[in-house]
Design a protein around this ligand. Structure first.
Ligand SMILES: Cc1ncc(C[n+]2csc(CCOP(=O)(O)OP(=O)(O)O)c2C)c(N)n1
Length: 280
């Protein structure tokens, strides 16, 4: 079941706006993990603007769905998405990474309104999600926890301990997403530390694996709808993405894992985003 054309256009427009905000953050902050922020844009938009049951005016609402950005270095994607969703003014993004700002290179849940977990040290988000899932079950709460990880992050052993626990406890209230952009900090995942057969690994741990194009809004909507109604096994959404997606000269190039931008580079990036239709 695909999403209505008007809804899809709304989400595609938001995705474009988020990409532009990411480039802005990169200029305000003096540098950002741009590639891995751009690769999760559609995932963030789908979650914050369609799936998550949240109340930006009441950020600590106990029954809210939670989102853990385990690949916390992509704060340059998360924080503008929170601003766009209304947690704080977009204007505040201008302080990103400045002394005294709530916004730093990695998200701090004590400082960033709407951020559910402090992350940045890879491999910790999924274990936290296990705790939230068990907590919700114990308290008989119906909220979901979504955890977004990087594929390179899956080199961390703690990811697989958490995966084992999710399957053991049948925690269907936790939805795991892996941003499969095939690059990590210093090269391709398969060269640095091979993950394949990746989907099979998750299946063998007891997951239902939904493999999607992580920039396709219809596919993401279907996968999240399916994950939201899972009842027997935890779901992994394996989102095939392109690192740097939306900025043509950054796409698929490890050089743009982290970078700074002067005004002419930022302008070239904005022009490239402007040429995109949104989605694939
Ligand atoms: C425990 C830990 N080790 C190393 C790092 C440094 N680091 C930051 S990003 C990154 C690469 C992560 O790759 P991936 O998860 O694929 O992220 P993406 O390519 O999506 O940005 C590394 C090693 C870290 N943040 N945490």
């Amino acid at each position: 079941m695909s999403i209505a054309a008007t809804e899809k256009q709304r989400l595609a427009d938001l995705a474009k706006e988020l990409r532009l905000n990411i480039v802005d953050v990169m200029t305000y902050s003096g540098g950002a993990h741009i590639g891995g922020s751009l690769s999760i844009v559609e995932i963030l938009i789908m979650l914050y603007f369609r799936c998550l049951n949240i109340r930006p005016q009441e950020p600590d609402w106990e029954d809210r769905d939670r989102l853990i950005l385990s690949k916390g270095h992509a704060a340059a994607g998360l924080i503008p998405a929170l601003a766009m969703r209304g947690y704080f003014p977009l204007e505040q993004l201008k302080t990103f990474n400045h002394f005294g700002s709530p916004f730093a290179m990695h998200p701090d849940s004590r400082k960033v309104i709407g951020c559910d977990a402090s992350t940045g040290s890879l491999g910790h988000g999924l274990p936290m999600a296990v705790g939230l899932g068990l907590g919700a079950r114990t308290l008989k709460k119906s909220f979901k926890t979504v955890c977004i990880m990087g594929d390179g992050e899956c080199c961390e052993g703690s990811v697989w301990e958490a995966a084992m626990a999710l399957a053991h406890f049948k925690l269907t209230n936790v939805i795991t997403v892996v941003d499969r952009n095939r690059l990590m900090i210093d090269g391709g995942t398969e060269e640095v530390m091979a993950l394949e057969p990746f989907a099979e690994k998750w299946r063998s741990f007891g997951f239902e694996v939904l493999e999607v194009n992580g920039h396709d809004l219809d596919q993401l909507a279907d996968a999240f709808d399916r994950a939201w109604s899972a009842h027997d096994r935890p779901v992994l959404i394996l989102a095939n993405t392109v690192k740097g997606r939306g900025v043509d000269f950054m796409e698929g190039n490890v050089k743009w894992h982290y970078a700074s931008a002067d005004s002419s580079l930022a302008q070239k990036a904005r022009e490239s985003i402007g040429r995109q239709e949104g989605g694939i």
